[in-house]
Design a protein around this ligand. Sequence first.
Ligand code: KG4
Ligand code: ZN
Length: 327
Amino acid sequence: MLILGIETSCDETAVALYDSEKGLIAHTLHSQIMLHRKYGGVVPELASRDHIRKILPLIDAVLAEGRLQKTDLDAIAYTNGPGLVGALMVGAGVARAIAYTLNIPAIPVHHLEGHLLAPMLEENTPEFPFVALLVSGGHTQLYSVKDFGQYEILGDTLDDAVGEAFDKTAKVIGLPYPGGPEVAKLAESGDKTQYEFPKPMTNRAGLEFSFAGLKTFAKYTWMESDKSEQTKANIAAAFQEAATETLKIKCKRALKQTGYQSLVIAGGVSANTVLREKLATLDTQLFFPRIEFCTDNGAMIAYAGLKRFERGITAELGIDVFARGEI
Ligand code: KG4
Ligand code: ZN
């Protein structure tokens, strides 16, 4: 079964072809980072307009790369939420319309299920059940995953997501959007011991997170500093240390609580090297997607779409997208 996956929930137009027998055939994406950078964050209307411009040429590109025709497709999966509604409507509308004309199923995919299953695109895949840490620009959640479609939230953030904390801290110290990779890069030349950032909610029981305080801490630390380049790097390093250590502490707790042997990390922040290194020291088998599949991509949507189709999920003719909501 050949599936086309389409992802347009935020600032990446991404498409991929996944074959149930052969695996991933082709994938490509267009990042809107440079379009939004001068505004310091994603401008929803500009995102939608750019998805419209890019989506059809990208679909043609993956089909050409796979030496396939539209008529070879058996189904089309698309992200139907959560995300920016205007942006989601582009992918959903295009996916639904192509599926309609080809008379094949369209499959709505929850963006977070896509991220959670992204490690399944690698050679070494986790076995159920596992604990999953989903860390992106909009989410910080721990899940108990018992099977495809069985996702139970163990812990969530009470305020900002960890990716959001990276992005906001980056802004405070004058780094461009998106801040996560910028903070990580600058932290390499910083001394993480020069400042001690709080590790929110680690000194009390539970699996909840709270990252809004880190950004505030970064702000006051920066305001009261000498504002040198070295100080900037030191703040980036100390922030990253506290954020990743907090995630590690909660992962350890979740593994203990569930008794599961495997930990999956996914979402944009799972690209972070320090986080990966810290989690690798836990007494568990660690699984994560290749770097390009940590952030938004079409491959995870095609794969999650296939798994949804196998569970009998297909889209109605009336197209539905949503801004917020659990898997
Ligand atoms: O999953 P994603 O591409 O989009 C959402 O669904 O949100 O995640 C984007 C987030 C941004 O906050 C970005 O700053 C963060 O992931 N990010 C990173 C790194 N790469 C991306 N954060 C820390 N370290 C990184 N290397
Ligand atoms: Zn995402």
